[in-house]
Design a binder for this molecule. Structure first.
Ligand code: UDP
Length: 277
């Protein structure tokens, strides 16, 4: 992926301005209830705008502190929604209460319901071969009338190959989908959405990580009680000890530094220059 700011296309550009936004670990986070989120996203789609959603959690906060491109993807997002109870705890601790947890894996269902009711079609990008089709079929069963405009499982590393990358963009564009679920994991999906959302022609791209694996039933999502208690990460470590152990126990231990910094210095208000060290 190049590190240049992407073209914004012809459609009106969507920004976070106008939405109540706090800063936590320097990341801007929209402070919205589920109802406010859905009504804002609905208005965005009906206005024919283009943009993308990022859903921060502790892992994103660590990436945000370390990756300048990821920070740019955040600055240019249309909606930034708190995906994870630990972020809500941190918000409370630092006097910036976040109204609600709105995770990508849940938003996927709410948006599919919205799309079915309003006649908008969806596209599923990413996950292993066949997973998108299976997830699409299940979503259609769950939300009668939902139109799945297409699915595409690009080969690993496609984003570094201009021909393969263009294939993915063209598949979404030709499908005419209004909403694209990008299931590539963070930070890849968020960088990809930032760089290419305008070219896809979709009104909204939403990074959903492993959610297609969850919807299709190939991977079991953490039980609801674990999600509510902020323990989803322990479930994922049990499922994939090596990969997730490295992510959550080693890499994300850096959150202790972020907690220290937030306690000592706080985060600047939204709309002031980013001060990530
Ligand atoms: N994935 C993909 N292409 C890639 C990298 C990842 O399709 O180049 C898929 C992978 O198959 C999985 C999802 O992206 O379905 C990412 O899973 P991960 O557990 O990393 O995501 P998380 O939910 O933790 O962000």
């Amino acid at each position: 992926m190049s590190d240049t700011t992407p073209d914004s296309g012809d459609a009106p550009r969507c920004t976070m301005d106008g939405l109540e936004t706090i800063r936590l670990f320097n990341m801007p986070i929209n402070n919205l209830t589920l109802e406010e989120t859905l009504s804002n996203i609905g208005a965005h789609i009906e206005a024919g705008k283009q943009g993308y959603v990022v859903t921060p959690n502790v892992d994103h906060a660590v990436e945000y502190a370390k990756n300048e491109l990821f920070r740019q993807a955040y600055q240019n997002a249309c909606f930034v929604l708190a995906d994870g109870v630990p972020l809500l705890w941190a918000g409370k601790l630092f006097g910036k209460p976040i109204k609600e947890k709105i995770s990508g894996s849940d938003l996927l269902y709410w948006l599919s319901d919205y799309a079915a009711q309003h006649g908008h079609s969806i596209f599923l990008l990413g996950a292993a071969e066949g997973v998108g089709e299976e997830a699409g079929r299940i979503l259609q069963e769950t939300y009668p009338g939902l139109k799945v405009a297409g699915t595409y499982s690009p080969p690993l590393g496609f984003e570094k190959d201009p021909v393969e990358n263009q294939k993915a963009i063209d598949a979404i564009k030709e499908s005419g989908a209004a909403i694209c679920y990008t299931a590539l994991g963070a930070p890849k999906q968020d960088l990809w959405n930032w760089q290419y959302h305008a070219e896809t022609g979709a009104n909204l791209c939403l990074g959903i990580g492993a959610s297609l694996d969850f919807v299709s039933g190939r991977v079991r999502r953490a039980p609801v009680w674990m999600q509510r208690c902020g323990l989803e990460w322990t479930w994922r470590i049990l499922q994939e000890p090596v990969r997730m152990g490295k992510r959550y126990l080693i890499r994300d231990a850096y959150v202790l530094v972020l907690l220290w910094r937030e306690w000592r210095h706080g985060s600047p208000p939204w709309n002031t220059p980013d001060q990530t060290a």
